[in-house]
Design a protein around this ligand. Sequence first.
Ligand code: PMP
Length: 410
Amino acid sequence: MAVNKLIKRLEGDDRVELLRAGRGQEGNPYFRVMESATAPVVRVEGEDRIMLGSNNYLGLADHPDIHKGAQDALDRFGGAVTGSRLLNGTMDLHLELESEIATWHGTEDAMVFTTGYQTNLGTISALMGPGDAVVVDSSAHASIRDGCALSGAETIKFRHNDVLDLERVLSDAGGRFEAVLVIVDGLYSMEGDLAPLRAIRAVCDRFGAALMVDEAHSLGLFGADRTGAAELFGIDGVTDIRMASMSKSPGSTGGFIAGSSDLLDSLRVNAKAFLFTTSGVPAAIGGSLAAVRLIRSEEGAQRARRALDNAALLRSGLVESGLDISELSTLPGGDSTVTPIVALHVGDDLEAMNLWRTLFARGVFTSAALYPAVPRSGAMLRLCVMATHTEAQIRRAVEIIAETVTEASA
Ligand code: PMP
């Protein structure tokens, strides 16, 4: 019998070996089991732990309004719609949500996908193709990179948040491509830094490139209307494609694009990750609608402020303890801002794993980012606050982190 090369290759996969080696071990930071709602304190494997490892920045995941939105949709539409948006999967709730998002973003139109990942995959691969170029930040999210690969366009990376390098890439691209699309995250999920969007937009304009901003982590937090980093940098009206996920601040699931009606109608008929997948479950759409309304309200404004105040408290505690953390983000005009994500730089993968394990045992849940998720020797613990963390919880977490790092380096 001939050798089945695929099955053989699976047997020797290094990453699978790594997964198996970690499985069941105390210190493994991945696939830990949550036993309660995502909240400031979460029961993880039998113990309550301060949660610094979620994307629930506004603390909405267990908010009564989101529960009600999700529950009402579940009661009305059941567990699933069992079809794609194109056929039987579009509910009146989708239209309400899309209209609410478009009004919120001041765009002609908006469209909701089942997940944020599919939003990027479907949008980029539908709009770009052979003969075009997509120019992406080297730290752009995997869903952006996968969308680029699927599109067949030439993908060119520029150095993370380096506007001069972007300029160089766009200048080199010259007139070689039919269309050029620059794609960046508004807020980078690992280092917690904002993209310098005003300067990026200016460079795009000089070279006639379109701009897409992924606001997955910045939605709900930045700008007077809390639509994200583009608004904070004053380029919201001139960003060609505005993308965000419903899975972070809104505490739900899904993704959307806001933009012109030409853009959205094109995606409605061309985005395969939209057309050939089942619509989000009713509870996710109802939860998202309730979340968007809440984010737009005065309570949303207060929660955004609280999330950033909590981030400032976490940062100052870590800095006072002499720890190496990510920089503040610079705004046009020279001011700087905190973001809800703080990276605690560790360097060595093993050290980061050990640190993660001790913090977990002492009641603080963090996220470990190891190579290849970050560059070699760039291991870090990603710490995220919620608007709903109390001052006491943050101070306690800082105390435990500082004590643990000090012991480890003694
Ligand atoms: N873009 C960015 C920047 C993200 O961080 C993520 C999720 N981690 C996504 C897109 C995908 O969104 P979702 O989780 O809704 O699929």
